[in-house]
Design a protein around this ligand. Structure first.
Ligand code: NAD
Ligand code: UGA
Length: 333
């Protein structure tokens, strides 16, 4: 969890499993859960002993009592033993990223986002875990007219990645709708999450890194594309609420309420760093939609959630974390 303490993280499942805990969102979620008193088993195929990103993401967590990391691939590991006595499973493991999903990596997307999810859902059901929260994506909406996307809108995924995320959420919901299924499912459609430890392929990370280092920034398109940027602590607060509110179920948007264009993100990065980013414009990438924007109504109504951190403050915290990492790296080199 970063420096913006959340207002909503007080009630947590007693015992939780977080898949994808060595990743960006999963590591923050696991940390928030443990800090609020939960016992957490994290499972991820990245091994912190050999993978520097996993090690960095898990560094703070591994010092906390009440947390255990298991390195395992959900495609073939025994999942049920990890779920003993779990009150909730947070399924965040998956292959993210829109643009690489067109290429030969698509089979990995299918394997981790669909087939591994099927194994997780099967195990959760068999073990009688009462709640599964699954990470879906704003990308399932596809191209919009620019207005806010409501959960009842017809999904029109515009990339192979988005197709797998739609399959993932619907697979879990279909299992859950079966008679006698003991597990209720909440599928959270996260909208472009940013903050400390964000994946380095994502735009906010790249813009802030360019601002800090003077490296140039590749801009795919004219920069007028807009995202409903969601700060990591807000995403974590919504995720915990999705596990703990008994009546929650179905699909829920998690959008940060900071609709901004990429050009606006660049301007904020410039003003925070005092350095003008050098931008190299390239062609737009396939599968990228022009605008994502969440209708926040259901999240507010069902989870009592609304985002607390605006883009300027969130980017400041993100930049401070990147600056600290860069300094630490410089000292170690
Ligand atoms: P991330 O890549 O940082 O974390 C995902 C983790 O899942 C990685 O550590 C990876 O090793 C692990 N994983 C993948 N396949 C696995 C497998 N078969 N077995 C075990 N572990 C496996 O990604 P993130 O940005 O933290 O995203 C987390 C989830 O949220 C993903 O499902 C992603 O699709 C979804 N999501 C993210 C965003 C965002 O803005 N970051 C937005 C919408 C949805
Ligand atoms: C992000 C995550 O990467 C997905 O995993 C997630 O599912 C999705 O959010 C979501 O909201 O559901 P995306 O919105 O594409 O996807 O976020 P970025 O990767 O940060 O890209 C945002 C925009 O910046 C895109 O238009 C992209 O083309 C552009 N971009 C990205 C650049 O111009 N240059 C870069 O170097 C990187």
């Amino acid at each position: 969890m970063s420096q913006h303490a959340s207002h909503m993280t007080t009630t947590v499942p007693r015992r939780a499993v977080v898949t994808g805990d060595a990743g960006f969102i999963g590591s923050h979620l696991a940390q928030a859960l443990v800090q609020a008193g939960a016992v957490v088993v994290g499972v991820d195929r990245r091994d912190p002993a050999t993978d520097p990103t996993a090690a960095a993401n898990l560094a703070a967590l591994q010092r906390l009592p009440g947390y255990m990391h298991v390195t395992a691939d959900l495609l073939n590991c025994a999942i049920e033993p990890l779920l003993v006595d779990a009150n909730a499973v947070f399924h965040l493991a998956g292959i993210p990223g829109v643009r690489p999903s067109w290429g030969p990596k698509f089979s990995e997307y299918v394997a981790s986002n669909v087939l591994a999810t099927h194994r997780v859902m099967d195990a959760v059901t068999r073990m009688g875990v009462p709640r599964l929260v699954v990470a879906s994506s704003s990308s399932v909406y596809g191209p919009t007219e620019g207005g806010p996307s409501v959960e009842t809108d017809r999904p029109q995924p515009a990339s192979p990645y988005a197709v797998t995320k739609l399959a993932e959420e619907q697979l879990c919901l279909a299992h859950s709708a079966q008679a006698h299924c003991p597990t209720s499912v909440v599928a959270l459609r996260y909208f472009t999450v940013y903050g400390p430890r964000q994946r380095p392929d994502m735009f906010t990370h790249r813009a802030l890194t360019a601002a800090l280092t003077g490296q140039s920034l590749r801009l795919y398109g004219d920069g007028h594309q807009r995202r409903d940027f969601t700060y990591i602590d807000d995403a974590v607060a919504a995720t915990i609420a999705a596990a703990t509110i008994p009546t929650a179920s179905g699909v829920i948007n998690v959008g940060g309420g900071s609709s901004a264009s990429l050009l606006e993100v660049i301007n904020i990065a410039n003003s925070l760093s005092g350095r003008e980013i050098q931008v190299h414009q390239e062609n737009p990438r396939s599968g990228d939609v022009l605008t994502t924007r969440a209708d926040p109504g259901r999240a507010h109504e069902v989870l009592g959630w609304q985002p607390q951190v605006d883009l300027h403050n969130g980017m400041r915290a993100h930049m401070q974390a990147l600056a600290a990492e860069t300094a630490a790296y410089g000292r170690a080199a």
